[in-house]
Every structure is written in C-alpha cells, then in structure tokens.
Design a protein around this ligand. Structure first.
Ligand code: CIR
Length: 248
C-alpha cells in the first residue's frame, strides 16, 4: 500500500477558497499536522512517497488534486483553478518514475483529483466546479474505467461532500450534498468533517478529529477509526482525502 504525499509550502495560508470564509492559518501547526498525517498513514501500513515540495504553490499540499490513479494507470489532472497548474509537472514526474502508464487531461477540459470518487472499480466524477464534463470522458478513456458524472455545486469538490466506506456505502453531511439520491446506499453523518474518510483497509478508515460523533457512528458499525487533527487544512477547504494520492 503506497500513497503520494507532498509537504506544505511556506505560502500555505494564501491557499484558494471558494465556499468558505478565510480564517488565519497557522503554518507551523499545519506542518506538524502534516507530519502526524503521514505518520498515521505509515502506522496503518502505508508507504508514503513524497512528491518534491512546490515551494511557490500555496495549495500544493493538496496533492490528491494533481492526478487520478487506478490500477497501473494514472491520469494527470488539469486543475480547474489556473493558480494550481504549477503543481502538476513534479507530481507527473513522480508518478511516471514509479512506472505508471500516464495520460493527461488536455485543454480546454479541466479536472481536479478531489472530484473523483472510486467505488468498486467505478469512478464518480463531480462536475460543475473545478471539473468539466469533457474531462469525464477523458478520464474514463485514460483509466479504462466506467465513469458517472455527478453534479456538484454546494462544495468545492465531489469528495468535499461525500466519500465511501470500505463496504461501498457513501457517506455525506446532508446539507452539503447536492443530491443524495445519486447514491444507492447513502449514510448521513452528523458533521461536515465526518463526510471525509480515507479507506485504509477493509476495516479501517482515517478521518478528521473534527467529527467525533461521526467517528463514534462508524465505530458502532464495526470500523476501526483512526483520527488526525487537520484543522489548518480544513480552513483551506482541505480534508483527509486531499492530503494524499492512494496508489490503488
Ligand atoms: C483549493 O481551493 O484548491 C484548495 N484550497 C483546497 C483543495 C482541497 N482539495 C481536495 O479537497 N481534494
């Protein structure tokens, strides 16, 4: 189990915002939180592979947005925010160096990795924000996988609103989910931060410390829940998913 991660840069506090108000970011605390996030992944059995830091790019820590990996293929994103396109070259170089079969999203289409939710070999792709409808076809062709476009308006990315548990149940905080009926099996959670899980293995999820009631709910379902404090990234519309690219 391997995941790409990328250290935050010095301009992190100037990261982009779309759906929330700006609050001051403590960059030193953010660095410590990033260290703890990587340690949590490693403690759970994952190898963390670092993409070289992009010191001039405020949002580069959100490395998930730079690509989508599926099996032995990777599609390199073309970020919907032009400010983030400088993050791409070194991320692409890193995944190429690991031997993946790589294609890229080409203009005029745009895609952010945070808009892509993989469930059981199917890709759900949020469109309407950073990702364009044409990118959904490009992604499907590049990865050789079936895709379904899902409208996203209430939050930055599809996975800002919903993620999936190891058994494929989709979880989300209903006020921030555009259409819960898209999902055959949907479990509402009581906190915004509870909508985001990284599937560690069949019985374990990683989630933010900001959602203790959701953590209890998932533990009641029999899951092992690992929590990390990512408060400084939440201020920038980040969540546990966007801080890594799981290579699977
Ligand atoms: C942005 O607006 O692009 C960053 N401030 C946050 C990106 C978060 N990424 C994600 O949820 N996948």
């Amino acid at each position: 189990m391997r995941a790409l991660v990328r250290q935050p840069g010095p301009d992190l506090a100037r990261g982009l915002l779309t759906h929330i108000e700006r609050h001051p970011v403590d960059v030193d605390l953010a660095r410590r939180q990033w260290d703890a996030y990587v340690i949590a992944l490693e403690a759970a059995g994952w190898e963390a592979i670092e993409v070289p830091p992009a010191l001039a790019e405020a949002d580069s820590v959100f490395v998930e947005d730079t690509m989508v990996v599926f099996g032995d293929r990777a599609v390199i994103a073309r970020p919907g925010a032009p400010e983030r396109r400088g993050e791409i070259p070194d991320a692409e170089q890193t995944i190429r160096s690991l031997g993946y079969q790589v294609t890229t999203i080409t203009e005029p289409d745009t895609l952010d990795g945070g808009d892509v939710l993989k469930i059981d070999g199917h890709l759900y792709v949020g469109v309407g924000g950073r990702t364009s409808p044409g990118a959904v076809q490009q992604l499907s062709a590049g990865l050789g996988a079936p895709t379904t476009a899902v409208r996203v308006a209430k939050v930055l990315h599809l996975k800002s609103g919903v993620t999936a548990l190891p058994d494929g149940t989709v979880i989300g905080y209903p006020p921030l989910v555009d259409d819960t009926s898209v999902w055959a099996s949907f479990l509402p959670v009581p906190e915004e931060g509870g909508a985001h899980v990284v599937v560690i293995d069949d019985v374990t999820v990683l989630m933010a410390a900001s959602a203790p009631r959701t953590a209890a709910l998932l533990a009641d379902r029999g899951l092992r829940v690992v929590t990390v404090d990512i408060s400084e990234y939440e201020k920038l519309e980040g969540c546990v998913t966007c801080l890594s690219v799981r290579l699977r």
